[in-house]
Design a protein around this ligand. Structure first.
Ligand code: DGJ
Length: 727
């Protein structure tokens, strides 16, 4: 299907293309890798090196160019080095033992092959058949120090996606220190874009922030040891006219859960440089002769079909080429989690009572959250002591799990493996396992410390404790939590080695227990990044379960994350985070726009509420394949001040769809909204669940009014559409 990577000897260009996109790199001056084009597919690339030669005053010129008309400082580069004429943000820097670091890696050779290679020890997108992608590897070198790097570009057959990563190798005779090793850098010839970011905070994850680019350097980063709530490792560049449904959208996302940096630099010629990679702040990697360093992967998307086009490319790529294992395409169970229902205050009887009611409501999985281990009655103790608290669970976990299975439900368990409480048996034995700076007091977060997963003995201990439970207790699901940022970090290799250690443990667990469905969590969605999806197909989106704020959080989350990965729960009102009261219908409609769950004390539901929940669960089970794995389109944004949100799930063959509309505040005498659906087949006729029969074209182009006016704040309306026949 038009997938190809072509190198032209004549024009000295590499042309990566599929039916949707082209990406063109040229070799300028026989050595420098220049960025030439990225956008809608070109049939053929006929132009070659075309650096606009003119006297760029006050720019440095490489020594081999005996005129003033060529400078790396204005060249659109693919992988810029440091201190040799390009004074914009560089993509890498390495230093020799004397502290010299001026360098620019230049073209040596290249290789093109079908398929895609694995990334050692790191999460990465993959292919299951080599026809699904093609890869270009460009080897660049530094003849003075002997440093080499392989720049990898993979283009996928079906999606407008290019992935990039870099592998450095010290081919010289001296030790070199890698001080910066970003995964990608790309230069745009212009700056006529809006920047899209997804920053946030605890309980306010992935806010959609869009602003015009301005001159200067804009940086997104984490120096927190982890992705964190603060910035998502994502950058979007949008044509100012791009909407959800139309226009150019570029996306960049980093497949890594550690410290990252993203740069957006607009230079003095209004050229834009975008970069993503490991944050150099705490990073330094020693490369002895022959040593290598593999960077994590960055995923770059271009779509001319608006933000939804870009999002769907991410969703499909992650769903089909990042998420792995038994649960990859399996419908996700409806769960009940006891956290907001009981917090730490539960007994075995209470859990069984909740499970009993939940099973009567059709709920399929019981998740026992924090508080089942050590002596954990609040958040001050016991992390690291992964053995059962007999005071709460006198008959143990095995018996509890069996009793829950006897009710026809699955059983899931919460862990926070990377943490230690000072009040724990583990800390008494190994106080030095907590990440610390010698002789400096420790900063605590939620009363806890992070244990150093870069150390083998730490990983082995935690794995052994977890395996003991998993080997004894029938467990179908694990929620892996991580509730604080790192502090007192040491510069050098530690933070990246921590991530490699974490990935190693996760790999071991998911491959040893393939039947377990893993859900990642970090105080809600603080580590909701693509790398986690490689191990854990779903994530707890946010600790904020308020239906109104969830509209924003889920809207922002779907900018890159597939719906099948997004945990969403109905909780009690008044809501525990914002004290808001919303209807059970609205809470259900919002939560069933992701992986539906309940997080409340089911024994306290009234009979009417039970009937509503039962109906919600039944409806969701009927349509969850469409919701979790269909094409998802955002329509009305809660960020655009319309007081309304809407989205639609459409099956791949467009024969069915589920449309949801949400009204946040009600107003007297308000205009009636005319709702335009999207993603349908204009030539199909649909039967709507509210009784109407309408064409896909009418529904999308003319739009419809709601059958009933929504009265009151926090209201929702769902329409299920089924194809009647071809017109
Ligand atoms: C933070 C998570 O996001 C919550 O869902 C819950 O598991 C708590 N941790 C438990 O401590």
């Amino acid at each position: 299907m038009n997938l190809s990577i072509i190198f032209s000897e004549e024009t000295k260009t590499f042309h990566l293309s599929n039916q949707l996109v082209s990406y063109v790199i040229a070799i300028e001056e026989d050595r420098y890798l220049a960025h030439h084009y990225w956008g809608k597919r070109l049939n053929k690339v006929m132009s070659g090196a075309d650096y606009p030669r003119r006297d760029f005053s006050h720019f440095a010129n490489p020594h081999h160019v005996d005129h003033r008309e060529f400078s790396l400082g204005t060249l659109l580069q693919e992988f810029p080095g440091a201190d040799v004429g390009d004074h914009r943000e560089y993509a890498y820097k390495y230093t020799d033992e004397k502290g010299h670091h001026a360098n620019q890696l230049v073209y040596k050779s290249h290789e093109i092959f079908k398929g895609k290679k694995e990334l050692e020890g790191l999460p990465h997108t993959y292919v299951t058949d080599e026809a699904q992608a093609e890869t270009l590897e460009i080897l660049v070198e530094d003849l003075i120090t002997g440093m080499e790097a392989t720049l990898s570009y993979t283009i996928f057959e079906k999606y407008p996606v290019i992935t990039r990563s870099v592998k450095f190798k010290n081919q010289g005779k001296e030790t070199l220190h890698l001080n910066r090793a970003l995964s990608m850098s790309v230069d745009f010839w212009n700056a006529d874009y809006d920047l899209l970011q997804l920053p946030g905070a605890w309980s306010r994850e992935r806010e959609v922030v869009r602003s015009p680019l301005v001159r200067g350097i804009h940086k997104l980063d984490s120096k927190r040891g982890t992705t964190s709530h603060t910035y998502q490792p994502f950058i979007g560049l949008l044509d100012p006219n791009t909407t959800e449904q139309a226009g150019d959208a570029y996306g960049f996302q980093f497949v890594y859960s550690g410290e990252f940096v993203g740069h957006v630099e607009v230079d003095s010629f209004s050229q834009t440089r975008i970069q993503l990679g490991i944050n150099p702040e705490h990073f330094e990697w020693t490369l002895k002769p022959e040593d290598t360093f593999q960077t994590p992967e960055a995923v770059m998307v271009y779509s001319d079909e608006g933000l939804n086009g870009m999002s769907q490319a991410y969703h499909k790529l992650y769903q089909n080429h990042l998420i792995r294992g038994e649960h990859q395409h399996k419908e996700r169970p409806v769960l009940i989690n006891n956290w907001e229902g009981t917090y730490f205050d539960f007994t075995e009887d209470k859990i069984l009572e909740m499970a009993e009611t939940a099973s009567e409501l059709g709920i399929e999985l019981f998740v026992l959250d924090d508080g089942w281990f050590g002596k954990r009655d609040d958040d001050t103790t016991s992390l690291g002591d992964w053995f059962i608290d007999r005071a709460k669970l006198p008959n143990g976990l095995k018996k509890l799990s069996e009793a829950i299975h006897d009710k026809g439900m699955q059983f899931g368990l919460w862990f926070e493996p990377e943490m230690i409480s000072e009040e724990s048996e583990l800390y008494k034995k190994h106080p030095d396992w907590a990440i610390h700076t010698p002789n400096r007091p420790l900063s605590r977060g939620r009363h806890q410390l992070v244990i150093d997963f870069s150390r083998k003995e730490v990983r082995e201990n935690i794995l052994a404790q977890m395996k003991k439970i998993l080997d004894e207790v029938p467990i179908d699901y694990i929620k892996w939590d991580y509730n604080r940022n790192m502090t007192e970090l040491t510069s050098g290799e530690m933070t990246h080695r921590y991530m490699l250690g974490l990935y190693e443990v996760m790999e071991e667990l998911v491959t040893s227990y393939p039947n377990i469905l893993f859900e990642s969590c970090s105080g809600g969605g603080g580590r909701y990044d693509p790398s986690m999806l490689y191990y854990m197909p779903q994530t707890w989106t946010s600790d904020n379960t308020d239906a109104a704020q969830r509209l924003e959080i889920q809207y922002g989350t779907t900018i890159t994350m597939p719906v099948s990965s997004m945990g969403a729960h109905v909780s009690a009102v008044p809501n525990h985070q914002v004290n808001r009261i919303t209807s059970l219908k609205m809470r259900g409609d919002v939560a069933m726009s992701g992986n539906l769950g309940y997080e409340l004390d089911t024994t306290k539901l009234t009979n009417d509420e039970k009937e509503t929940v039962k109906a919600q669960v039944e409806f969701y089970k009927k349509h969850r394949k469409l919701i979790q794995f269909g094409d998802f389109y955002r329509i009305l944004s809660p960020y655009e001040g319309t007081n309304q949100t809407s989205w639609i799930f459409v099956s791949e063959d467009q024969s069915e769809a589920l449309y949801s509309f949400f009204q946040i505040m009600d107003y007297a005498n308000k205009p009636r909204p005319r709702l335009k659906l999207t993603g349908l087949d204009p030539n199909k006729i649909y039967q709507l669940s509210d009784g109407r029969v309408l064409g896909g074209d009418e529904l999308m182009y003319r739009g419809i009014f709601l059958e009933t006016d929504l009265v009151g704040d926090y209201q929702s309306y769902q329409i299920y559409l089924k194809e009647l026949s071809e017109s």
